[in-house]
Design a protein around this ligand. Structure first.
Ligand code: PHE
Length: 467
């Protein structure tokens, strides 16, 4: 514990912690992946399932990670070993997730930053063209420059430390982000547009598309698929089972009410995801009907720019606000990933924060360049076990998110539920003198429900199980 304090490694209090953790949780996953999944998986049905999963699975995994962090006072490489002899391997495995994610997160941050410039220099119409995005990411210079700039801003915040860097940035960014998203979500409801065939659509109709549960063609297999989509989104969105929340938990003071903090993080993250859907789905619906809700990057970088271009004079303004917001969201997430890598390395090498950050930054600048060039110089089509094909970025994403995360969650819930016992966590939550809410639920979830679901998720994402 003492070496952490020496490095200035604590949040000032509950608010600082909640905003920093929410900063990690709220990321591009909330802005592009949640709306896309909601559109694909039956609108309100997906939202309902997601909400139930947040307060059960999300709560369980978040509570576990944060409590392990605070109780052990160290990052994942040491935390699991400290919890139980012989479980150090799980800490090392967990460490690999941020190590891998960090290779590509700044690259995505760079893409987003490019679009800030797009709207600043008035390329609104050009950005609506089909080739604009692919033209940019397949370049050899520009995406490298943007990724490196994003990487350096991230590194600067981590270099400044927990209180003076991470907490300070989150206290500024998170409230602003919330304000911006509320503003655009409300604006989206008032949109209306008549297309070339004379069909007119309104934002409120779009909201109905978003919120109405679509039960058409719902089979058991399809339901399970939606459930697993929601589950893997939840993981990614709450930044759990990758050591990040263990590291952040290790910076929380002993008198902070964990139960309440965790509830606030859940609410913050889910609210932003919900509002992102409320802004994106009606906007796309109004301007292009139910098409254009395509997967991942194309939704954010292709469909939305078309909407901004169709909006007329206010388009560039909204484009700018949207991408500034996305860059903020990506930045605080990227910071949490780099911080976790640095914190683990400080423990492994007994090194000091600044030096560790500098070395990690050099390594990740090189890694980011390689990942960027995966779309040009090193282009290849790699087949993934779950059937899809991808480039270098997708491989890193697949190994960390689809493969390692459910596996780590499975092992860590077994460790808590069956080896050290749930009391290890619940006692830590209550150690500040505050009662833990949903305690009974936690015990049942961590022992029985979560391990089973994680096993199913793991088998599905490795392609061993198909619906
Ligand atoms: N939680 C972030 C999101 O929702 C994603 C993320 C993943 C952040 C991994 C950090 C690490 O986008």
């Amino acid at each position: 514990m003492s070496d952490k304090t020496n490095q200035g490694g604590t949040f000032t209090g509950q608010l600082g912690f909640v905003l920093a953790a929410a900063g990690s949780a709220v990321g591009v996953g909330n802005l592009w992946r949640f709306p896309y999944l909601a559109a694909k998986d039956g609108g309100g049905l997906f939202i309902l399932i997601y909400l139930i999963l947040v307060v059960t699975f999300g709560f369980t995994l978040l509570t576990s990670d944060i409590s392990i962090g605070r109780k052990t006072g160290v990052s994942s490489v040491n935390a699991y070993a400290k919890m139980k002899k012989g479980w150090g391997f799980l800490g090392i495995l967990t460490f690999f997730v941020p190590v891998l994610i960090m290779t590509y997160y700044a690259v995505i941050g760079g893409w987003i930053s490019r679009y800030i410039v797009t709207y600043l220099i008035g390329e609104t119409q050009a950005a609506a063209g089909d080739k604009y995005f692919t033209g940019f990411i397949t370049g050899e210079i520009s995406p490298v420059v943007y990724a490196l700039i994003f990487m350096l801003i991230t590194a600067f915040i981590v270099y400044k430390g927990v209180e003076g860097g991470i907490e300070k940035a989150s206290r500024f960014i998170m409230p602003l982000l919330l304000l911006m998203i509320i503003f655009i979500a409300i604006f989206a409801l008032f949109l209306h547009h008549r297309d070339a065939d004379g069909v007119s659509r309104t934002g409120l109709q779009g909201l109905a598309v978003y919120l109405t549960p679509n039960l058409e063609g719902l089979t058991l297999g399809r339901f399970l698929q939606i459930l697993l989509d929601a589950m893997s989104q939840l993981f990614f969105s709450l930044s759990v089972s990758m050591g990040i929340m263990i590291t952040y938990g290790s910076y929380v003071k002993k008198d902070v009410n964990l139960s309440k903090s965790i509830a606030q993080i859940e609410i913050f993250d889910t609210l932003v995801a919900f509002l992102a859907g409320m802004m994106i789905i009606p906007a796309i619906f109004v301007f292009s009907g139910t098409e254009g809700m395509g997967a991942g990057p194309s939704l954010m970088f292709i469909s939305l720019p078309k909407v901004f271009a169709a909006m007329g004079v206010v388009g560039p303004v909204f484009g700018l606000i949207f991408f500034v917001m996305a860059a903020f969201a990506a930045l605080t997430s990227c910071v949490s990933v780099l911080e976790t890598v640095v914190a683990n390395c400080m423990e492994i090498f007994h090194s000091e924060r600044r030096k560790t950050t500098l070395i990690a930054t050099v390594i990740y600048c090189i890694a980011s360049v390689i990942i960027v060039l995966g779309y040009s110089v090193f282009y290849m089509e790699i087949k993934l076990p779950n059937g899809s094909t991808g480039q270098l970025l997708d491989i890193m994403d697949y190994i960390s998110n689809s493969f390692l995360m459910p596996f780590i969650a499975l092992l860590s819930t077994i460790l808590i539920g069956w080896v050290v016992g749930p009391k290890y966590v619940t006692d830590e939550v209550e150690s500040s003198g505050h009662r833990m809410s949903r305690k009974g639920l936690y015990v049942v979830m961590v022992k029985f429900v979560t391990p089973v679901m994680m096993l199913v998720l793991f088998l599905q994402s490795t392609g061993l199980l198909n619906f």
